[in-house]
Design a protein around this ligand. Structure first.
Ligand code: SAH
Length: 245
């Protein structure tokens, strides 16, 4: 009998942002394969599991995706309950669907569990509403990083009127800034850069499209960070967030 693989979103960092379903999967897990953006604190829920780190940073530069695939297959064929734990949501720049498709070819049962994606948590924790009546009618989640170096249609994004949330953008600030300006976005468009969203180490840097690269440099912005670009990025609502004690 094959085991099952849960593809679980661990959320952006704050362990209290885990879903109840994620906790249930972790409690049942015998094997947990964890990415490096996952806060290890969430592992308190898996009392009986062997934890395997398959992160791309850490010690080795990269755990090849094919190796991760084979490992999930091997353990599930041994009848084990496997949790593949990913930062944020498994399907937002997380390869969750690739992993699910691959396992399903071998008739392995897969269940996906949503997590709160970093862009949502970062914005909320800084008091930024990603949509706002009369101001922003939508949100576009984009990554500045592509495997094949293909480019996004930045001009369309610049003029789309939605809030942009950029993932994996820290190393590409100048390209993002240049492309949006060239695409016709106002140079005083507000920008918020949020590092370590939802963690006690969270930092935010408010800037504008014209200044973002300079400001990020003096702020020493580091990955992981998300960028929120749009009118709403100027807001900092006076909301009290339930903080972890
Ligand atoms: N699946 C993840 C995204 C993985 S891509 C999710 O849904 O959140 C990795 C990128 O996510 C990072 O380069 C960064 O842009 C963003 N990210 C992940 N965790 C973050 C955090 N705690 N704070 C800010 N950005 C984060």
């Amino acid at each position: 009998m094959n085991g099952k693989v849960w593809l679980v979103g661990a959320g952006p960092g704050d362990p209290e942002l885990l879903t109840l379903k994620a906790v249930r999967a972790l409690q049942q897990a015998q094997i947990v394969m964890i990415d490096d953006l996952v806060n290890p604190a969430v592992l308190e829920h898996c009392t009986n599991a062997r934890v395997i780190s398959v992160g791309k940073r850490g010690g080795c530069r990269s755990t090849p995706q094919a190796f991760i695939h084979r490992l999930m297959l091997r353990y599930s064929r041994q009848g084990k309950c496997v949790v593949r734990l990913k930062g944020g949501d498994p399907c937002i720049f997380g390869r969750g669907s690739e992993e699910a498709d691959w396992l399903q070819q071998f008739s392995i049962e897969v269940e996906m569990v949503n997590g709160i994606t970093a862009g949502l948590a970062g914005a909320t924790n800084c008091g930024i509403p990603l949509t706002l009546r009369g101001v922003s009618r939508g949100v576009t989640l984009v990554t500045a990083h592509t495997q094949d170096d293909s480019s996004l249609n930045w001009a369309a994004l610049a003029q789309g009127g939605t809030t942009l949330v950029v993932y994996m953008g820290v190393a590409k600030l100048s390209e993002i800034q240049g492309s949006l300006l060239a695409g016709g976005m106002r140079n005083d468009m507000p920008v918020a850069m949020i590092e370590n969203a939802s963690l006690p180490t969270q930092r935010e840097c408010r800037s504008s499209l014209a200044q973002m690269q300079l400001d990020a440099h003096s702020f020493q912005l580091k990955s992981p960070a998300i960028l929120v670009i749009g009118e709403v990025a100027a807001s900092s609502q006076a909301i009290t967030l339930a903080q972890t004690a």
